[in-house]
Design a protein around this ligand. Structure first.
Ligand code: IVH
Length: 722
């Protein structure tokens, strides 16, 4: 691989030094020798003869150079088969950089000169995804995979359908937006709805095309990764410079993409595979994932060579087995295979669950396992009071980290597995992250093992533990329990909730212990003078924390709702409730019946929400938050007020090509006016907005009796100038 970076060159020695010495080339003898005859002539004219340059000729040459560089970049990074030497390539790039330096007005965003790393950004901008970036459901065995295929077959009402098998790349998901064939914006997945704009870093990746081979408006999604070999080289180089090492290639890729300065990313050997194609303008006429992969490749993207079109379950199983066997031969990490129903029409009819498509699944390869011993079992108290038994283990290395503890989940599961203190156990990492006891080696018992007894009282507040009817979990029901309060503070501040940077476990515990914070409402009355007296808290960190708290006041309601640690209210449910009620007081006043009317809200959630808001403690917290000026709206009235909300709660589905808007624009308009865009027609759809050449959605809308509107009808409805 020929990277665009210095670290890799320094690390490996075998890398070419593209862009290595860009700094001081002007006027150097060697550079002059390397220049083409024409360039030399121009150089001499400019620097020695003082004659003005012919801008038109330069503009032409710049275009030529960009085409040449793009072409050779593609041969090198995407096809892995260079046609010119590194030296020749460097020369082209230098010539371009030099010309662009002379004519800054001729610089364009898609110029390959951007790849060397442009200006640093001061912070990451938020990037909303036009279509949510969902994750995949996992299966862990062949039986589960067969079950997935059968279920899909049943739902489709057919025995046979084709699938696409792809390696599941262990990297970082990114979305890449191209307008008219030019790369405009790239973002991380974030929470699936909003990610971070990392365009400045993505342009440095050699295998990412800045211009496509057709002028299409699309979003491509894929995975950025670092190969195993490059990861080792990178770490070796860091070791030499006494820099902290990356734990694994995935972390190294993630760390590189989260840099403010693109020059740093440009030095990292980042690579990518692309596997999803969103046809934003409905112009590509794609009918299947297999076609999408081919089209992506044709547009100039790097598509994984181990993808395969499969007919039925047995071929799918065969594919997974084969890939798992060859896993180690690949130069990059994969953690499974992804199986996708091939035809888009079938994908549409299978639809989505709240977090993942029903037409795709990740077949996870078995992860590494280790033997160890349970030295003790203790209990931990969660933010909603659930008591979890935790095994304290003889420390052991597993998939790249030292593991000392593993959750045993609950008493019922412990009994099923028959776990005792002193047992030898097999440990693995669930989803390659969370350590889990998979098996107890009962035969290795010597009689000294001890039975674990659940304590009758909470280890934190000593109140009596309860096993509430209908629940497996044992709980501490004292809402003022210190352990629960600390866990709630940690959760409130976490990234998916209020995202208060700098407020982690240790600080949350300190804030509670010092009496500064007794509930999450108190966080907003913290002063700098309170904070600077805390351990490990300097003036700068105190200021940063206060700034993060201030910023968090602007979060939309769903983050706040999720952050309040209401039982059974996860991120998804918080979004549904917030979208419907729009204001926290309306949620607090909602009855069980009202909540039950919402899609996906069942009796358990409805009861938990109403119970939560009945508590006097909740009232006290809400008052503090309100006084501090924390936003209680999902959409603020000034953005989406009475008037602006002309599409409130209306669900739209789009089909065909629109004349005046891109899909992303339409979506933005609908959402700004309180409506929602869904991917497929269902009984919940209010309108199908149909453009030219509508797809099968039109027929479906007619079947369901969904109102079909034209673009100009939509414009009137949305109060837009026709
Ligand atoms: S498809 C809606 N295909 O795995 C389905 N994902 O667990 C979108 N991933 O966030 C994902 N290789 O970043 C798909 N060949 C592949 C993949 C892949 C890696 C990642 C992806 C996603 C995660 C889902």
């Amino acid at each position: 691989m020929r990277p665009l970076n210095r670290v890799a060159s320094a690390a490996g020695g075998s890398f070419a030094t593209r862009f290595f010495s860009l700094g001081g080339f002007r006027g150097e003898e060697k550079e002059l020798r390397d220049m083409s005859f024409c360039r030399k002539l121009r150089y001499n004219k400019l620097y020695k003869g003082g004659i003005t340059l012919d801008k038109k000729t330069d503009a032409k040459r710049i275009e030529e150079l960009r085409d040449l560089i793009d072409e050779h970049n593609y041969y090198y990074h995407v096809l892995d088969s260079p046609r010119i030497s590194d030296r020749e390539f460097d020369r082209l790039m230098r010539e371009l950089l030099e010309l662009e330096e002379m004519h800054p007005d001729l610089v364009v965003p898609h110029s390959p000169s951007r790849r060397v790393g442009g200006k640093p950004v001061s912070e990451f901008e938020e990037a909303r995804h036009a279509v949510p970036m969902l994750s995949l459901d996992n299966v862990f065995s062949e039986t589960e995979l067969e079950e997935f295929c059968r279920r899909a077959g049943r739902n489709l009402g057919r025995d046979h359908f084709s699938l696409v098998g792809e390696p599941k790349i262990d990297g970082l998901a990114v979305s890449l937006y191209y307008e008219g064939g030019v790369f405009h914006r790239g973002a991380t997945r974030g929470d699936g709805y909003t990610g971070e704009d990392i365009t400045h870093n993505l342009v440095t990746i050699g295998s990412l095309p800045l211009r496509l081979k057709e002028e299409v408006t699309i979003e491509a999604r894929g995975e950025v990764f670092i190969s195993r070999e490059n990861f080792l080289k990178l770490n070796r180089a860091r070791e030499k410079e006494s820099l902290p090492l990356f734990a694994n290639p995935r972390n190294a890729a993630a760390g590189s993409l989260r840099q403010l300065d693109p020059a740093v990313a440009a030095k990292r050997p980042l690579d990518m595979f692309v596997f999803s194609l969103l046809d934003l303008e409905g112009e590509l006429g794609l009918q299947s994932q297999w076609q999408a992969l081919q089209r992506l490749q044709g547009l100039g993207f790097k598509v994984n060579p181990h993808v395969s079109l499969l007919q039925g379950i047995s071929e799918a199983l065969e594919y997974c087995r084969g890939l798992e066997e060859r896993r180690r031969e690949l130069s990059y990490e994969i953690d499974g295979a992804v199986l996708k129903v091939n035809e888009f029409e079938l994908q549409r009819s299978l639809g989505f669950t709240s977090r993942a498509p029903r037409w795709a699944v990740a077949y996870k390869f078995s992860s590494e396992e280790q033997l160890t011993r349970i030295e003790d079992i203790q209990v931990s108290v969660g933010r909603t009071g659930v008591i979890t038994p935790v095994a304290l283990l003889e420390p052991v290395f597993l998939s790249g980290s030292l593991v000392k503890r593993a959750s045993l989940h609950n008493l019922q599961l412990m009994e099923e597995k028959d776990v005792k203190i002193g047992d030898r156990v097999v440990l693995h990492k669930a989803g390659d992250v969370i350590p889990e006891v998979v098996e107890v080696l009962h035969k290795e018992r010597d009689g000294n093992e001890k039975h674990f007894q659940m304590p009758p009282h909470c280890p934190s507040c000593c109140s009596e533990l309860k096993n509430l009817p209908g629940e497996v979990a044992i709980r501490c029901i004292n809402p003022a329990c210190p352990a629960q309060v600390v866990e709630r503070i940690i959760h409130f501040a976490s990234r998916s909730a209020m995202d208060i940077a700098g407020l982690g476990e240790a600080l949350a515990a300190q804030l509670y212990e010092t009496g500064l914070v007794r509930d999450v409402g108190d966080l907003y009355s913290l002063r700098k003078s309170d904070l600077v007296n805390l351990e490990r808290m300097g003036e700068k960190s105190a200021e940063n924390l206060l700034a993060a708290l201030e910023k968090s006041k602007e979060n939309p309601l769903h983050r706040l709702l999720f952050g309040l640690s209401i039982r059974f209210v996860g991120e998804r449910v918080a979004r549904i409730i917030a979208a419907h009620f729009n204001h926290l007081q309306a949620v607090a006043a909602a009855s069980c019946e009202e909540l039950l009317l919402l899609e996906e809200i069942g009796p358990k959630i409805a009861a938990s929400v109403t119970e939560f808001f009945k508590q006097p403690e909740t009232g006290a917290v809400l008052r503090k938050l309100e006084e501090a000026g924390v936003n209680f709206f999902e959409h603020r009235p000034e953005v989406a007020g009475e008037e602006g909300e002309s599409l409130r709660d209306r669900v739209f589905v789009l089909t065909g090509t629109l004349q005046n808007f891109t899909r992303a624009e339409i979506k933005e308009i609908i959402e700004a006016k309180g409506g929602r865009v869904a991917g497929s027609v269902s009984r919940n759809t209010d309108y199908l907005l149909s453009g030219d050449n509508p797809g099968s959605k039109l027929q479906k809308a007619e079947e369901w009796g969904v109102k079909v509107i034209t673009e100009s009808e939509f414009q009137k409805m949305a109060d837009l100038e026709p």
